[in-house]
Design a binder for this molecule. Structure first.
Ligand code: ATP
Length: 136
């Protein structure tokens, strides 16, 4: 069965949306395999976001992700990688479709990084790499 890494980012935890996000994952029929509350350090985030190093939003993104606890979840199900990204909605929460996590619960806050509540792995290779980082 396929697995993905879902993160409830610091904005989601601070806004007490962890339960709502877990509810949507479970209501879709996916299984929670493991879950932990993490205060991520820079090294973990640098590894997680290596592909974005050098981009203008990279440093604000890392600072944002270190600003508070993150909930890391190992989620399983057939085609869960694609399915969770569909549940999450597109990156920019202002234009994400209603019905999605970002579209229903997120908005723009005028900051240099999109505070968009969740992360989901984007391929089987990313999922394995990211799961081994967050569930080392
Ligand atoms: P994630 O990987 O977190 O699920 P994503 O795949 O939709 O999100 P990526 O392109 O991987 O987006 O970017 C990672 C994160 O960096 C985004 O979720 C967002 O928080 C931030 N980000 C991406 N692009 C921008 C941008 N142009 N301006 C500000 N922040 C951005």
């Amino acid at each position: 069965v396929e697995e993905t890494l879902v993160l409830v980012k610091p904005d989601g935890v601070a806004r007490s949306l962890t339960g709502e996000i877990l509810r949507r994952i479970e209501a879709k029929g996916y299984s929670l395999v493991d879950i932990r509350l993490v205060q991520p350090e820079r090294d973990l985030l640098a590894a997680h976001y290596a592909e974005h190093e050098g981009k203008p939003f990279y440093e604000p993104l890392v600072e944002f992700m270190m600003s508070g606890p993150v909930v890391a979840i190992r989620v399983a199900g057939d085609r869960v990688i694609e399915g969770f990204r569909s549940l999450a909605g597109t990156t920019d929460p202002t234009s994400a479709a209603p019905g999605t996590i970002r579209g229903d619960l997120g908005r723009d806050w005028g900051l240099p990084v999109q505070q968009n509540l969740v992360h989901g792995s984007d391929s089987p290779e990313s999922a394995q790499r990211e799961l081994s980082l967050w569930f080392a």
